[in-house]
Design a protein around this ligand. Structure first.
Ligand SMILES: NC(=O)C1=CN([C@@H]2O[C@H](COP(=O)(O)OP(=O)(O)OC[C@H]3O[C@@H](n4cnc5c(N)ncnc54)[C@H](O)[C@@H]3O)[C@@H](O)[C@H]2O)C=CC1
Ligand SMILES: CC(C)c1ccc(C(=O)O)c(O)c1O
Length: 295
């Protein structure tokens, strides 16, 4: 096994079951010391015990990732015990599915509070530690529902794409401190996806088959700003791209020209994955200048 995480400390949120448990076990199998976080003390401690029984080192800490003070207490405990945090896997999550028409606004806030604010809280609590160490690997957990949409999951989808936005900027800000930030878009049979697909399909979507992707994203040679999709042992990358586009200008009929040339505007030939937000403006100025040169 090439990827070694010996002497590294990893916090995995929502690791009392499902994907988080599998990520924790997989990171521990590579030598990392694991902090098993979840809402409930019992499931978190059970996973920590499972890791210790397999010869690894683990501690559990029950708290909600939505509670910044509690997250800070968890990180202080880890620093007291092990003196560093190398890896953070923001995995904790909940669903409150309903069509947008029927959804209470409170269910929107609750979902954002766990996925987005939970990821912000945990990342913020370890950011300075990682900057000082000049080393950190952070994984956000996104979803196909956020990247591509899913009926009945407007709150969840919004939260799941928000963590990708968080990743985009943190990857840039973390670069000079050797902090790499990536996103994982898993597909797995867990309590979260219970009953949504036929059992014979769920049987193939073992959460254990996703966790090698997390090990890779937490390794020394991890990429940064990647969206890694994973399920049933298959791995893909997803991208937010920008087409070359078309210079239209601002004549009175600009909107009509956009309509007339929309196929060209959205033609994906030669599209790019921008390295940062500024790339869009650069592309637009280039298009303008090319159009001016042509007269
Ligand atoms: N299972 C799947 O196919 C997919 C899962 N995901 C994401 O993967 C992550 C893990 O999901 P699963 O393992 O499938 O679900 P799960 O429901 O089995 O596990 C989620 C864990 O997070 C914990 N949790 C919930 N709120 C928390 C909070 N405030 N603080 C700390 N822990 C909390 C839960 O107690 C639970 O143990 C979630 O972020 C989910 O949105 C994304 C795409 C697909
Ligand atoms: C299998 C369905 C489409 C699906 C996919 C992903 C999630 C998730 O991100 O949690 C779901 O909840 C699903 O129901």
């Amino acid at each position: 096994m090439t990827i070694q995480l010996n002497d590294q400390v990893a916090i995995v949120t929502g690791a009392g079951g499902g994907l988080g448990r599998c990520h924790a076990l997989a990171l521990a199998a590579r030598g990392a010391k694991i902090v098993v976080n979840d809402l409930g003390a019992e499931p978190a401690e059970a996973v920590a015990e499972e890791i210790r029984a397999a010869g690894g080192e683990a501690l559990s800490h029950a708290c909600s990732v939505s509670d910044y003070a509690a997250v800070e207490t968890m990180v202080s405990k880890v620093m007291d015990q092990w003196g560093r945090v190398d890896i953070l896997v923001n995995n904790a999550g909940i669903l409150k599915d309903k069509t947008f028409a029927k959804m209470e606004l409170d269910d929107f806030t609750k979902v954002l509070d766990v996925h987005l604010i939970g990821s912000v809280n945990c990342t913020r609590a370890v950011w300075e530690i990682m900057r000082n160490q000049q080393y950190g690997r952070i994984v956000m957990t996104t979803s196909s529902s956020g990247l591509f949409g899913n009926f009945g999951q407007s709150n969840y989808g919004a939260a799941k794409l928000a963590v990708v936005g968080l990743m985009q900027t943190l990857a840039l800000e973390g670069q000079k401190y050797n902090i790499r930030v990536n996103s994982l878009a898993p597909t797995a049979a867990t309590q979260m996806t219970e009953g949504v697909l036929p059992q014979e399909v769920l049987d193939k979507l073992k959460p254990e088959t996703v966790s090698p992707g997390v090990v890779f994203l937490c390794s020394e040679d991890a990429p940064t700003r990647t969206i890694l999709a994973a399920g049933a042992g298959s791995f893909e990358t997803a991208h937010i791209t920008l087409t070359k586009g078309v210079y239209i200008g601002d004549d009175e009929d600009a909107a009509d020209q956009i309509a007339a040339r929309f196929a060209e505007i959205s033609d994906r030939t030669g599209d790019q994955v921008p390295g940062m937000g500024g790339a869009q403006g650069q592309q637009e100025i280039t298009n303008l200048m090319e159009a001016q040169k042509k007269g």
